[in-house]
Design a protein around this ligand. Structure first.
Ligand code: AMP
Length: 422
């Protein structure tokens, strides 16, 4: 019988990789909390309608990438393809607007999109997500991008560029949409079948088309950034000013449209040239009408998501793997020593050190080999003779020296040694 494999595009994260994930997660938590963001965890399964209404019916995500499930009562559910919609739903459902401490949120977890898998693109992937509600001032837009940039710097990532754009508002975007549709109409013969369809359903998305001949058409297309209204232009110019004050470099990219309908005004992406076709590490923007459109109060919002797989692929190109502290090893010879070693291992763990020991009565030689493989700096060697004398041998694997120490003192002494070796 054939072995069962994981679902295509869904990856195991094995222990030899987990150091990267833990490093990214702990750095994120520490940093975001400094900016007042608090963690929120929402279900991975939501009502399908939530995503259709927020992300947009005619987006790639909703049209073709969602994993949907009909539950036993015939209600349509979907595995979340992104986090913003769920966080907005929770914000409304729990009336978090009434809680002054609940305005900024972050979440870390898996998302699901049925895309064609390739390097940096998977069907289950993970995002770090941040969302802030209730502030219209462009100072927050700049702070959000600054926080994202600071996180990448703290992680040690350098090969990335911040792209920014404004997608206008409900006043100016529809006007532009008509202009763009008219332009696409004039050039319809030169467009791919997808873009021919998009010119009615979602004309802005044509800017994202990868087909060369569409790109050639769109190089001549009018740009939204040139037609945003006075309020949006003022907002955008203040965002740029604050970014400059914060010494956050950016590139204006008037062709960046993002794949979700709910964005308004400021949008941004973190772009790299080191991941082949999957060049976006993260992206986000303002969504001032979304909370209201989903039935909540009329509060503005802004947020972003970073793709953790892509982030870690980049980190792996730039720096060595984060290393943990190797464990202390307890090697035992004889039954009494084995029992005493077992108890000692728990005493040492209670003091906060990681300990490995032999459970299987292996030879002393093979225990020492294992300690060496684990990279243990210190090995406590216990034989029945040592137990008789209430002593243990302490071997320093690096210095290749051995000394004797009283058993009762062993945990405290080891802790001291590990602290000074760190
Ligand atoms: P989006 O919500 O589409 O703007 O995605 C935000 C970030 O999530 C992207 O910049 C990617 O880093 C990451 N991402 C999106 N889709 C995938 C995917 N299928 N596989 C891996 N990462 C993804």
């Amino acid at each position: 019988m054939e072995n069962i494999q994981a679902v295509k595009g869904m990856n195991d994260i094995l222990p030899d990789q987990i150091g990267w994930w833990q490093f990214v997660e702990s750095t994120t938590r520490k940093l975001f909390e400094r900016f007042g963001y608090r963690e929120i965890r929402t279900p991975v399964l939501e009502k399908l309608e939530l995503f259709a209404r927020s992300i947009g019916e005619s987006t790639d995500i909703v049209e073709k990438e969602m994993y949907t499930i009909a539950d036993s009562r015939g209600e349509w559910l979907a595995l979340r393809p992104e986090a913003t919609a769920s966080i907005v739903r929770a914000f409304i459902q729990h009336n978090l607007q009434a809680d002054p401490l609940a305005r900024k949120f972050y979440a870390i977890g898996p998302m699901f999109r049925h895309e064609r898998p390739q390097k940096g693109r998977y069907r289950q992937f993970h995002q770090i997500d941040a969302e802030a509600f209730g502030v219209e001032d462009p100072m927050l837009d700049a702070e959000v991008m600054y926080m994202l940039g600071l996180l990448l710097r703290k992680l040690g990532l350098t090969a990335v560029v911040l792209h920014i754009n404004s997608l206008g508002c409900t006043e100016c975007r529809p006007v532009f949409r008509e202009r763009l549709t008219a332009f696409l109409e004039q050039n319809v013969g030169r467009l791919c079948p997808d873009c021919q369809r998009r010119r009615h359903t979602n004309p802005l998305r044509t800017f994202d088309c990868k087909v060369d001949r569409c790109q050639a058409v769109l190089a001549e297309a009018p740009l939204l950034l040139d037609s945003i209204c006075g309020h949006c232009a003022e907002h955008f110019s203040r965002v740029k000013g604050y970014l400059e004050d914060l010494r956050t470099p950016y590139v204006i990219n008037p062709r960046m449209v993002r794949g979700l309908d709910y964005y308004t005004r400021t949008t941004f992406e973190i772009i790299t040239d080191r991941l082949g076709a999957q060049n976006a590490v993260g992206g986000g923007g303002r969504y001032d009408g979304l909370v209201r459109d989903l039935g909540g109060p009329d509060v503005p919002g802004i947020g972003f998501a970073i793709g953790m797989e892509r982030l870690i692929l980049l980190l792996q190109q730039e720096q060595p793997a984060p290393v943990g502290v190797p464990p202390v090893f307890i090697a035992v010879l004889g039954e009494r020593a084995r029992h005493r070693g077992f108890l000692l291992s728990q005493e040492i763990r209670e003091l906060g050190l990681e300990v490995e020991l032999d459970y299987e009565r292996r030879s002393l030689k093979s225990q020492m080999r294992r300690a060496d493989k684990l990279g243990s700096r210190y090995v406590l060697i216990l034989g029945d003779d040592e137990i008789e004398r209430n002593q243990a041998q302490l071997r320093d694997m690096q210095e290749k020296t051995q000394s004797v120490l009283p058993l009762s003192d062993a945990p405290a002494q080891l802790k001291q040694l590990m602290i000074s070796a760190a």
